[in-house]
Design a protein around this ligand. Structure first.
Ligand code: RIB
Ligand code: CA
Length: 315
């Protein structure tokens, strides 16, 4: 048995975050040290509640869930409840969570876990990067204990909030740039999975049917949430189903061979209202800057859904 990967998941559940959390909870490769939540798709009061609901749905009520930052570093807060529903989980109702919310702030938990660890810790970020950015500002030396950061965010093509920007980076572009800068200045190992790849991972009716056919509440609930997720995006993009953005991050940590990545220098635009949150990528080296991030270029979508379905069947 290979040693488990110590993992912190930072998220803003959110339907696709919920599926990502279930995939992680179903995977014995991880030692989930904690789930930190952030304002993003919905408020942090709702994201922390949803994270606890999903842990209980997955039969893992002992996982520690923390509330993190309630707003982005500088810009005004935005939400995506038009995509995820007012409750952040497609209006699917869950019992009031019985597991406690941890009293420690998510940023302080992240710092404490990284300061006290003897093994390097992987961090999966599924929402705006506010918590990780504040942790890096408050305790820069934590970089030494971070194995790698795998982030869902950004768009090299069209964004999904503005034509330039994807939600996670648009919701807190300054936090995103702090993290990207740490990749440059402190050799923080960054991997970015953008819309260009997650839009290849569509939950088609056939794939949703396979999840619904699982003989457990998880499959039924996930299929129910996905049936009411990103409807407008699907219509506008003429997608055969909603893209499963965040589970791609967990799948990358589990089976990186499902993806192709390319290292390059990239930075997040923060100055202009029109382009803030845009990932500016140097593919030719013209910036003279060394590569600071590996950006996913492709995904084996069938392999991804086979992994997701096989793992959710275990819960
Ligand atoms: O743009 C997609 C990302 O923004 C996903 O992480 C989704 O959950 C939202 O946070
Ligand atoms: Ca998310």
């Amino acid at each position: 048995m290979l040693p488990k990967t110590p993992l912190i998941i930072d998220c803003d559940p959110g339907i696709d975050d919920a599926v990502a959390l279930l995939l992680a909870l179903a995977s014995d490769e991880f030692e989930i040290l904690g789930i930190t939540t952030v304002a993003g798709n919905v408020t942090v009061e709702t994201t922390q509640t949803n994270a606890r609901c999903i842990c209980e749905l997955g039969g893992k009520p002992d996982v520690k869930v923390f509330a993190g930052c309630p707003r982005p570093m500088l810009r005004e807060p935005i939400v995506a409840d038009h995509v995820h529903g007012a409750n952040g989980l497609a209006g699917v109702t869950f019992p009031e969570p019985q597991m406690p919310l941890q009293g420690q702030h998510g940023v302080d938990f992240m710092i404490e876990a990284l300061v006290n660890t003897t093994d390097k810790i992987a961090i999966a970020t599924l929402g705006p990067l506010t918590n990780l950015a504040i942790a890096l500002i408050k305790a820069p030396h934590i970089v030494d204990s971070i194995d790698r950061v795998v982030m869902m965010g950004g768009a090299l093509g069209a964004g999904n909030v503005t034509s330039s920007a994807e939600f996670n980076l648009y919701a807190d572009p300054h936090a995103a740039q702090v993290v990207f800068q740490a990749g440059a200045d402190q050799d923080l190992d960054l991997t970015l999975i953008t819309l260009d790849v997650t839009h290849q991972a569509l939950a088609t009716p056939e794939r949703r049917a396979a999840l619904a056919a699982l003989d457990n509440d998880v499959g039924t609930t996930v299929a129910q949430m996905l049936g009411n997720y990103g409807v407008r995006e699907q219509q506008e993009m003429r997608f055969a189903g909603p893209p499963l953005h965040d589970p791609c991050v967990i799948a990358y940590l589990l089976k990186p061979e499902l993806f192709e990545v390319q290292r390059c220098f990239a930075a997040v635009e923060t100055q202009s209202a029109l382009t803030q949150g845009r990932v500016a990528v140097d593919r030719t080296g013209e910036s003279g800057q060394p590569a600071n991030v590996a950006i996913a270029q492709s995904i084996d979508a069938d392999g991804f859904y086979a992994l997701l379905t096989e793992r959710l069947a275990k819960l």
